[in-house]
Design a binder for this molecule. Structure first.
Ligand code: TYD
Length: 201
């Protein structure tokens, strides 16, 4: 059975959320049975973890952050994404394990391979086979960001390292990644992303 699990990734403000929603809508219009999810979140446990992670209140140490993202994702995989894929549904996700590889592994400096191992342990093979990277200059992304959270307010330096990590991942896993220029018009970005996901599905 073809597994269909596409994740949308990018620096803060790259437009993933709106693009992923629109692409999901168009794929549903073509007859795919689509489940949309977002990370962190998507389950009651995951949404509670999201509030800890993104709230502007307390400090969260780097490894605590990585493990909490992995915990929320593990819950989402076992409760929602895994069962949907097993039932033959297609999943479109706003962020995924690749956010953890880029933000925690790359930008926070915990190591992409270490963070990958921790996540692999919690995911039981529930892993996106398609990653759409909306590529945007981090400075433009931050300028576009509206909803401030603990991570997007950490500054440009972090976003620059996130962008570099995404580029490294895209080069290392070229078959999995679709790189789309997110500075193009919304319609052009949606069309490019949809075409590439369709080609794989
Ligand atoms: P998100 O809700 O996608 O925010 P935005 O729409 O502004 O991109 O993600 C919230 C923040 O959490 C964002 O700064 C990226 C970060 N994040 C990580 O650092 N690691 C992760 O594993 C995930 C899923 C998100």
């Amino acid at each position: 059975m073809t597994r269909r699990y596409a994740a949308f990734e990018g620096v803060d403000g790259a437009g993933k959320t709106t693009v992923a929603a629109r692409v999901a809508e168009r794929l549903a219009g073509r007859g795919f049975d689509i489940l949309t999810v977002r990370e962190p979140g998507g389950t009651p446990t995951g949404e509670a973890i999201r509030r800890i992670l993104l709230g502007l209140g307390g400090d969260v140490a780097d490894w605590a952050e990585a493990l909490l993202f992995a915990a929320a994702r593990s819950q989402l995989a076992s409760e929602v994404v895994g069962p949907a894929l097993a039932a033959g549904r297609a999943v479109v996700s706003d962020r995924s394990v690749y956010s953890s590889l880029a933000y925690q592994g790359g930008a926070r400096g915990l190591g992409i391979e270490t963070v990958r191992m921790v996540n692999e342990a919690g995911l039981g093979g529930v892993w996106p086979e398609t990653v759409v990277l909306l590529r945007l200059d981090p400075e433009r992304g931050l300028a576009r960001e509206d909803g401030a959270d603990r991570i997007s307010t950490a500054g440009l330096g972090l976003q620059v390292r996130v962008a570099e990590a995404y580029d490294r991942l895209a080069a290392a896993e070229a078959e999995r990644f679709v790189v789309v220029d997110a500075s193009a018009s919304f319609d052009a970005v949606v069309a490019a992303a949809e075409a590439e996901v369709l080609r794989r599905w």
